[in-house]
Design a protein around this ligand. Structure first.
Ligand code: AMP
Ligand code: MG
Length: 363
């Protein structure tokens, strides 16, 4: 289903709402969408450009493209190529497909240096950089702990101390050795498992947007699940309107709305994917220092130049204390962050330098 009209779903895991002055769309994560071409409207100042929307399931969620194109064929071919690129990346990065490159790396990469594709190498290099910046809060080798979290979701039982200890010794990004000259990845401990769940969709969004733009479609937006990559603004707009669904919306506060172009937005949250044990909720975002999912509802929104950075940083900054995260955010060029955390019975928002003030405390 592809629509130019509002499309609301209450069971979405992570929601991003995009608007223009002409329409509003709530992106849901329900599966079963198909690739359908719909020219939605004429652009006000560029009558030769029409707006198109496409969506398809990819990477266990819905990927959506919005773009402005001079004609149907250009739009459809570009969108098809972008979704094909996402499929190619899924085959590289998936930890659900036994034959993905990532899973082959887990099987072979501890015996000898593993020759990696450009995509896998690049996304791992970026992951390690974010691990260094976040001092291990973000750790792409978190796979064994993610397996325990998934088991807890199936059994309703948390891992015991020895299961946790066995998994934790395998989680340390410093045991991933990248060789830039040979383009290889070596895992220093047998049993290590990498997980690109916190960065892969952002990387895919960047790659899809770059592909659309290389075909001359510069006014484009890719939404990969909750990851938003934005190209040039639509001709009649100052930017793309992106509304962030924070846990305090619905408490009388309107969603935080951003107006952006040529950048990316990611929100990581604890409240939509969690396992509940003995009345406590443990999020799918795992603190490598405890080995357990984060407790309590919260959200962290990152604006960055590219979606790979925004995705990885949003996860990293969900785990780090707000003060440490604020220092990190303020030290990085073109990064702005908005945290929503529980404070007593209410919520508190914190913004790093440069976060658009339109969002802060919006009622
Ligand atoms: P996101 O929704 O982008 O915050 O990513 C959450 C996903 O990232 C989880 O479902 C795991 O697959 C993975 N993940 C969980 N904890 C971490 C962590 N500490 N570092 C890197 N990836 C993680
Ligand atoms: Mg992420």
């Amino acid at each position: 289903m592809v629509s130019c009209s509002p499309n609301h779903s209450s069971n979405s895991l992570k929601r991003v709402i995009t608007h223009s002055s002409h329409y509003t769309t709530l992106i849901s994560l329900a599966l079963g969408f198909s690739l359908i071409l719909i020219p939605c409207e004429l652009s006000a100042r560029g009558p030769q450009l029409k707006r198109y929307e496409f969506s398809l399931p990819r990477m266990g969620t819905i990927f959506r493209i919005e773009l402005y194109s001079p004609d149907d064929a250009t739009a459809a071919k570009a969108a098809e190529a972008a979704f094909a690129r996402a499929e190619e990346l899924e085959q590289i990065m998936s930890d659900y497909r036994e034959d993905s490159e990532l899973m082959r790396l887990a099987r072979e990469g501890a015996s000898a240096p593993f020759p990696a594709s450009d995509d896998l190498y690049n996304v791992l290099a970026k992951s390690i950089r974010i691990s260094e910046l976040s001092r291990g809060a973000f750790d792409v080798s978190v796979g064994p702990l993610v397996e325990l979290w998934r088991k807890a979701r199936r059994t309703g039982r948390l891992p015991n101390a020895s299961e946790l200890a066995r998994a934790k010794v395998l989680v340390d990004y410093r045991n991933i050795e990248l060789d830039a000259a040979r383009h290889t990845v070596f895992l220093k401990r047998a049993g290590m498992k990498l997980d690109l769940g916190a960065i892969g969709k952002g990387y895919a969004a960047d790659q899809m947007l770059a592909l659309l733009q290389s075909r001359g479609l510069r006014q484009a937006m890719v939404v990969a699940g909750g990851e938003v990559a934005l190209g040039a603004a639509p001709s009649d707009q100052a930017g793309w309107r992106v509304a962030i669904d924070t846990p305090d919306t619905g408490t009388g506060k309107r969603p935080c709305v951003l107006m952006l172009h040529d950048s990316a937005v990611s929100t990581s949250g604890n409240s939509r994917q969690f396992v509940e044990v003995n009345g406590k909720r443990y999020s799918h975002i795992i603190d490598p220092s405890t080995g357990l999912g984060l407790e309590g509802a919260a959200s962290t929104t990152v604006i960055a130049r590219d979606s790979t950075t925004a995705d990885a940083l949003a996860t990293a900054l969900s785990i780090m204390p707000v003060g440490d995260g604020m220092r990190l955010a303020d030290s990085l060029a073109y990064v702005a962050v908005y945290w929503v955390r529980q404070a007593g019975n209410g919520w508190k928002g914190y913004a790093s330098r440069g976060f658009p003030t339109s969002c802060l405390g919006a009622k």
